[in-house]
Write a new protein. Structure first.
Length: 286
């Protein structure tokens, strides 16, 4: 096959990758659950390319994101649920319906605020219609948490769920109580380690992360921004280890863990010294 601007070629490539026996062994064993993290990752890659103003990279990342849509649609088609064409039809129907001022008979002289109001109203109508199509038992209970959007990143959604619960008094009054809960969750992870139960370890790790988000909320920190800062700190200190080892004529593979740990602590001390503060601050992203 040769590269093409035709979406049909991409659909054919995915079909061949998913063809039993002759397809790709890795692609064949994937499912919606295993592919979902890659879909989220590619969306973040698109956002990163936009933030960097790199349009060449944006073109590549949009292609990667499109591949995710094609991958999910192909798996759904194999289950006789829907196909890629149904996805396209659904979004075109939605866009036409949500823009009556463009595709319908409504007055086209609208302000952006008017358009936003129409969009929200029509979106609410669509949500009600979807709810009405579900079995009765699925929409009889209206939870306090029902308004929290399911599609947002896990850290943001954890924060939103906690904030919503706090409005009805389900909350701690002291961040120290949250810190106690974090210690309890850490103890439960330690117990799960003793049992070597992978499923339990994953569950308890999730509980610990949820508790950490709660602590961030109580101390007024944004968990995503806090984690981004820690990521940058880790990268900075690890780069220090690499440079220090290179100066000694060593590679990472040749160095011992003790040597790397000592250099990590050295990098940490250098960052905390008064003379290093301006340089450290200038390295932080704005």
């Amino acid at each position: 096959m040769t590269p093409s601007r035709d979406i049909a070629v991409l659909l054919e490539i995915m079909a061949r990758l998913r063809t039993p026996v002759t397809g790709c062994p890795w692609d064949l064993v994937q499912n919606f659950t295993t592919i979902a993290p890659y879909t989220i990752e590619e969306a973040y890659e698109v956002a990163d390319a936009i933030a960097r103003g790199d349009l060449d990279d944006l073109r590549e990342e949009l292609g990667d994101l499109l591949l995710q849509v094609v991958f999910h649609a192909r798996m759904a088609e194999e289950q006789h649920a829907f196909a890629f064409g149904d996805v396209v039809e659904a979004i075109t129907r939605k866009m036409i319906r949500r823009h009556p001022h463009v595709f319908g008979d409504e007055n086209g002289e609208l302000t952006p605020a008017d358009v936003k109001g129409n969009w929200d109203r029509i979106k609410a109508e669509e949500k009600a219609e979807r709810a009405a199509r579900r079995p009765a038992e699925e929409h009889t209970h209206k939870s306090v948490l029902s308004g929290v959007k399911a599609g947002q990143p896990a850290l943001s959604r954890a924060m939103a769920l906690q904030r919503k619960a706090s409005t009805v008094g389900f909350d701690w009054n002291d961040p120290r109580a949250v810190l106690k809960k974090i210690r309890e969750e850490a103890d439960e992870i330690e117990a799960a380690l003793e049992r070597n139960d992978k499923a339990e370890l994953e569950s308890e790790t999730g509980d610990l992360l949820f508790a950490l988000v709660n602590l961030a909320r109580h101390v007024g920190a944004d968990p995503d921004m806090a984690l981004r800062a820690s990521n940058a700190k880790f990268e900075r200190r690890f780069a220090y280890i690499e440079r220090a080892l290179e100066a000694r004529g060593l590679t990472l593979e040749e160095a011992s863990l003790d040597e790397m740990d000592a250099l990590w602590n050295e990098a940490k001390r250098n960052e905390s010294s008064p003379s290093s503060q301006p340089a450290e601050q200038s390295e932080r992203p704005s």
